[in-house]
Design a protein around this ligand. Structure first.
Ligand SMILES: [Zn+2]
Ligand SMILES: [Zn+2]
Length: 148
């Protein structure tokens, strides 16, 4: 009778016995492969080409796109890819861009990371923005008029 609760690591040639999938070493290696794309993304952000694109984007769209939805003019500090590029050069350089303030960019990045963890491919993030805009019943006329 076969007593093989354990099997060898999925990685070709690795003799380590595991219950399923990869041994800890090769599990870490696979995680590093995922991180590779993040590192590649970091590298892309430091290129001269991106620096130029960034300056151009901020000069043509100086206000945070998310804040603008709520009729708030916040100077944008970050240039964001509307669609996550995950280090893909093609998407990185030719994807659609938007200017965001730092807090909106941070919250969008966190949301994207969470979506990746859940494995849910939610592309339509605009619903979230619309909901937050619609949540304020007293539009611009009550608050902004007085503060000025
Ligand atoms: Zn292994
Ligand atoms: Zn903003």
């Amino acid at each position: 009778m076969p007593m093989r609760a354990l099997r060898t690591c999925h990685y070709p040639g690795c003799p380590t016995l595991v219950r399923s999938g990869y041994c800890p070493t090769h599990q870490a290696m696979r995680a590093a492969e995922v991180n590779y794309h993040d590192r590649e993304a970091q590298r892309l952000y430091s290129t001269v080409r991106w620096q130029r694109m960034r300056v151009l984007q901020l000069s043509t769209h100086p206000w945070c796109a998310e804040c603008l939805r709520a009729n708030i003019y916040t100077p944008a500090t970050d240039v964001d890819h509307v669609n996550p590029h995950h280090g893909d050069q093609q998407l990185f350089y030719s994807g659609e861009l938007q200017s965001l303030c730092h807090s909106h960019h941070s919250s969008k990045t966190i949301r994207e990371v969470n979506e990746r963890k859940d494995g849910v491919g939610v592309n339509n993030v605009s619903d979230v923005g619309d909901a937050s805009v619609g949540a304020g019943p007293h539009e611009k006329n009550s608050q902004c008029g007085e503060s000025a």
